[in-house]
Design a protein around this ligand. Structure first.
Ligand code: RIB
Length: 302
C-alpha cells in the first residue's frame, strides 16, 4: 500500500457551543465544555488513517497533558508517531466556539507547532522518504513548510498543500505543490483574484498553475468541489446532511483525498469519496471525534 506522510499541527481543541457567536466585548454563557484532539495536521492524518491510508505524522507536541492526549489519539488511530517530537513547553491549543448553525470560530495558540524547524524535517526525513504522498497545511512555521515541500519534491514525492489557515504564499513555496486544495476564500488570497463565479475560479486556478501547481481541487462548501488541471475541469456535487458542527470538515476532505489519490482512484471517484467523508464529519461534534471511517462511509445512506 502506498504511504502518506502528514506534516503539520496538533492542537487540543477547547470547544464550547453557543446559540450565536459572541459580539466584540460580549460575554456569553455557552453549553458544555469539551476537550477534543484536533489541529489541521492531526485531523488530516486521522482522516487518512481511518479511511484506509498507511500514515505517518511529522509534528510537535508540548510536554504537557494535552501533548500526551494528542499522541495517544494518533496511536489509537494507528498512525506512526515515530516522527512526532515532544518539545519543552505547551502544546498547541485551539479555542473553538460553535454556533447553532454548525459554524465555528477558531483561535489557535500554536505552542509546540511553531517550534517545528527545518532541522526537525531533516531529523524526520525518513518519514518523507518512506512515503509516496506528503500532505501539508499552514499551521506550522512557513520556513519549515517551504523546506518540507522542497525536500519532498527532491525525493520525488506527490505533494498536497491544504492552504489553511489562508496566508499569502511566495512563488518558491507554490512551485513545489502538486495538488492544491483551497476553499474559495483561500484561493482568492493566494491568487489575488476576487472570486464571484466559475470563470473567476478558472482565472485564479490558472494563476496558481502558472506558478507550478499541477492540479487544484477547490472546495465550494455545500455546493460541491471543482477539479482543475491544465486540460480538464470537473465539478463534483456535495452530499446533503444535517450539519451539527463543521469543524475539521475541510481536514477530513483533504485526508480522504490523499488516501484515494494514493490508491490511484480516478479524479471523480476521489472527489466523491472525499465529499462523502467531509459530509459525514459535519454530522458529529468536534474535530477528531467527527472523522468517519470506511465502515461509516459504506453504511451511510447518502
Ligand atoms: O480545521 C479545524 C482545526 O483547526 C481544529 O481542529 C483546530 O485545532 C484548528 O487547527
Amino acid at each position: 500500500m502506498k504511504k502518506i506522510c502528514v506534516i503539520g499541527s496538533l492542537n487540543m481543541d477547547l470547544v464550547v457551543n453557543v446559540d450565536e457567536m459572541p459580539k466584540k466585548g460580549q460575554t456569553l454563557i455557552g453549553s458544555k465544555f469539551r476537550e477534543i484532539p484536533g489541529g489541521k495536521g492531526g485531523n488530516q492524518a486521522v482522516a487518512a488513517s481511518r479511511l484506509g491510508g498507511d500514515v505517518c505524522m511529522i509534528g510537535k507536541v508540548g510536554n504537557d497533558g494535552f501533548g500526551e492526549s494528542l499522541l495517544k489519539q494518533l496511536k489509537a488511530d494507528k498512525i506512526n508517531t515515530d516522527y512526532v517530537q515532544v518539545e519543552e513547553g505547551p502544546s498547541g491549543v485551539a479555542l473553538i466556539t460553535v454556533d447553532q448553525n454548525a459554524e465555528n470560530s477558531i483561535v489557535v495558540s500554536p505552542g509546540a507547532n511553531f517550534k517545528l524547524t527545518k532541522d526537525d524535517i531533516d531529523k524526520c526525513i525518513d518519514g518523507i522518504k518512506e512515503s509516496n504522498t506528503v500532505v501539508i497545511q499552514l499551521e506550522t512555521p512557513i520556513d519549515t513548510i517551504k523546506y518540507a515541500l522542497e525536500k519532498s519534491k527532491e525525493l520525488g514525492k506527490f505533494t498536497i498543500l491544504n492552504p489553511a489557515p489562508a496566508v499569502m504564499l511566495s512563488d518558491d513555496i507554490i512551485k513545489n505543490v502538486d495538488l492544491l486544495t483551497p476553499n474559495e476564500t483561500e484561493l482568492e488570497i493566494l491568487s489575488g483574484i476576487s472570486i464571484k463565479d466559475e470563470d473567476d475560479i478558472k482565472k485564479a486556478a490558472n494563476i496558481m498553475m502558472e506558478k507550478g501547481v499541477k492540479q487544484l481541487i477547490v472546495t465550494l462548501g455545500s455546493k460541491g468541489s471543482l477539479y482543475l488541471d491544465k486540460d480538464n475541469m470537473k465539478f463534483i456535487k456535495s452530499y446533503k446532511v444535517e450539519a451539527i458542527d463543521t469543524t475539521a470538515a475541510g481536514d477530513t476532505y483533504t485526508g480522504a483525498l490523499s488516501v484515494a489519490f494514493s490508491q490511484n482512484k480516478s479524479v471523480e471517484e476521489t472527489m466523491d469519496f472525499a465529499s462523502k467523508a467531509g459530509a459525514l464529519s459535519v454530522t458529529k461534534v468536534g474535530a477528531q471525534t467527527s472523522i468517519p471511517n470506511l465502515y461509516d462511509i459504506d453504511n451511510y445512506k447518502f
